[in-house]
Ligand binder design. Structure first.
Ligand SMILES: [Zn+2]
Length: 447
């Protein structure tokens, strides 16, 4: 445990130093002071403006979203314990060994044995986890009014997810077991490489092959909104030729958008909630953020940072797998690390160490999201638009967490921080005619 914490600390310190360097660079650029503020806006206070936005939420609504989000902290733990319990069941009952013995009679090719073993393994773990998945993804989402799917639709989505998992999971596991058998003591380095390559592969094909399985995408008709979005894209160096709308409203009312694609497949996607429920200012504010991810190369930075975490996780799995097999291998009937009967153990250890890496992974994404927020404010110049969106998104997020809570559990900055950043930006731009005009037409707390 000490070693895990030491590794975590190194990752965290690296991330903090990267963040600190970024802040120093930003701080070195002089900010032009606006001396020409009219008296009415000279007293703009970002704290007061932020609190005015938060005051739009009733105490009941705030209590509800806090309860939803805080419950999520515990669910992460229950998810882990459940997954470890399922692994223990498969190993302890020797079900895993029995499946392996059968698979070994079917073929002598070991890579094929792994793939065949992986099919009942993935189906069984999905089925055994279904009660918890159903509570988390269906029952609880309805309790908090965050989902409008019926059971049939939800189960349909689960079946599609399982299919995707079966196709890619069997190949991934076969590759990992191949390097465990071939590379010997250095297998974990190769496996981490395969893990990173797999993340790149799946994120590349996802917008084109996976997302359409779950949502219908259609080209946005030629409206002034579309022209405005494409103009914004051109202005920010995004080579997108078209804007798509997808039907997220059949699942929930959450607004969302993304700029997806690599290697010449760039596209801008807006969900129908964003289009149907938002003002132009809100849509542009959201798209400014999404374009920030693209322009600031967040995808590549994310892969690099995640790659570091994946290497550390596999190193820890390697170390603990050896120890576990020496202590429990004979009892569970697992011959060695390359024995496919140990798959539940391997996956359990991966799950455990990825769970422990949660604050590091969240800090990576939270840092990136903060940068995208700042880019979006500069690109769209809609501080009130984005603040309104953050208030709307508060249904499923705790708005005012403690700093430690935000560090551990938040993959985006908290609602308070995001609104506050928008209001600080607004305060620094009140001398600009467009922002002043917005302020006159859309006073704080309106809409
Ligand atoms: Zn983002």
């Amino acid at each position: 445990m000490k070693q895990v914490l030491a590794f975590m600390l190194v990752v965290v310190l690296m991330l903090v130093s990267i963040a600190a360097t970024a802040h120093q660079v930003a701080g070195a650029i002089p900010v032009a002071a606006s001396n020409t503020l009219p008296p009415s806006v000279a007293h703009f206070d970002a704290d007061v403006a932020t609190n005015a936005y938060l005051a739009q939420l009733s105490p009941e609504a705030k209590a509800k979203s806090d309860a939803y989000f805080e419950g999520g902290y515990w669910l992460m733990l229950w998810d882990l314990l459940w997954a470890l319990g399922v692994a223990w069941l498969l190993l302890g009952t020797r079900l895993s060994v029995r499946v392996r013995d059968r698979v070994e009679r079917l073929t002598r090719f070991r890579w094929l044995q792994t793939m065949i073993y992986a099919v009942p393994y993935l189906v069984l773990t999905t089925v055994l986890t279904l009660p918890l998945t159903f509570y988390e993804g269906y029952v609880r989402e309805h309790q908090y009014g965050l989902s409008n799917q019926d059971v049939g639709q939800w189960l349909g989505d689960q079946a599609k997810s399982l299919m995707v998992t079966l196709i890619f999971g069997t190949v991934l596991l076969a590759m990992i077991y191949a390097v465990i058998r071939k590379a010997g003591r250095t297998w974990w380095i190769w496996a981490a490489g395969i893990g990173v390559a797999f993340v790149i592969f799946s994120t590349t094909i996802q917008p084109v092959y996976i997302d359409p399985l779950f949502n219908t995408y259609k080209s946005l008709p030629d409206t002034p909104l579309k022209a405005e979005i494409l103009s914004m894209a051109r202005a920010n160096g995004i080579p997108a030729a078209n804007v798509y709308e997808y039907d997220a409203s059949r699942r929930s009312s959450v607004v969302s958008a993304n700029v997806s694609g690599l290697f010449g497949t760039t596209r801008i996607n807006l969900n129908d909630n964003l289009i149907n429920r938002s003002t132009i200012a809100q849509i542009e504010g959201v798209l400014g953020h999404e374009m920030g991810h693209y322009v600031l190369n967040h995808y590549y930075k994310f892969i690099l940072a995640l790659g570091v975490i994946i290497v550390i996780v596999f190193a820890l799995v390697n170390w603990s797998l050896g120890w576990m097999l020496r202590s429990w291998g004979a009892r569970w009937g697992i011959r060695d690390a390359g024995d496919v009967a140990g798959m539940p153990l391997l996956v359990a250890l991966l799950t455990l160490f990825f769970f422990i890496s949660t604050p590091a992974r969240n800090t990576v994404t939270r840092t990136i999201e903060t940068e995208a927020d700042i880019f979006g404010l500069n690109a769209a110049r809609e501080p009130d638009g984005v603040a309104q969106v953050y208030v709307a998104l508060s249904k499923s997020r705790k708005m005012c967490p403690s700093p430690a809570e935000e560090f551990i559990f938040f993959d985006h900055p908290s609602g308070w921080n995001r609104i506050h950043r928008a209001m600080v930006w607004k305060g620094e731009h009140l001398g600009d005619p467009d922002i002043r005009a917005q302020d006159a037409t859309a006073p704080l707390g309106a809409r």
